[in-house]
Design a protein around this ligand. Structure first.
Ligand code: DQA
Length: 148
């Protein structure tokens, strides 16, 4: 199984950026965490981060035929990007949404998720652990486990 993990704008500043919300570990630590989670599952993973909406759309499009599933944290584009939603729908790969923070308990403008409309599941408020749960869910889903 091969998964693509996509991270959106400002996640490259983890550790520096609002640490009381996003934690003190940096982006390199998140990458190591995701790689370890994939190894645990015997899966391959590619991790991509961009601050640019179109680059995120390009990567989703390029995933078709190359990956079995997508885990994505579109960051601020979660709440604005119909383009990312449409790209996810276009490739129709199983996708899971992750947010480090509990977006449901934050500002009203964070209450809508366009990307989430094309995702099987959302993990929010679990920090790095959300990515592990998302990869585990996708692996179980692809194995056809009913209670994935
Ligand atoms: C985020 C939540 C978004 O609302 C915010 O814009 C982010 C990060 C999270 O991981 O908690 O950049 O996706």
């Amino acid at each position: 199984m091969k998964f693509l993990v996509i991270n959106g704008p400002n996640l490259n500043l983890l550790g520096v950026r609002e640490p009381e919300i996003y934690g003190r570990q940096d982006y390199a630590a998140l990458q190591r965490f995701i790689e370890a989670a994939a190894t645990e599952l015997g899966a391959e993973v590619e991790i991509y981060q961009s601050n640019h909406e179109g680059c995120l759309v390009d990567r989703i499009q390029e995933a078709l035929g190359r990956f079995d599933g997508i885990v994505l944290n579109p960051a601020a584009y979660t709440h604005t990007s119909v383009a990312i939603l449409d790209a996810l729908k276009a490739v129709a790969l199983p996708a899971v949404e992750v947010h480090l923070s509990d977006v449901s308990a934050r500002e009203p403008f964070r209450q809508i998720s366009y990307a989430g409309m094309a995702c099987l599941k959302t993990y929010a408020g679990l920090g790095f652990e959300g990515y592990r749960q998302a990869l585990r869910f996708l692996a179980a889903y692809l194995r056809g486990e009913r209670d994935a």
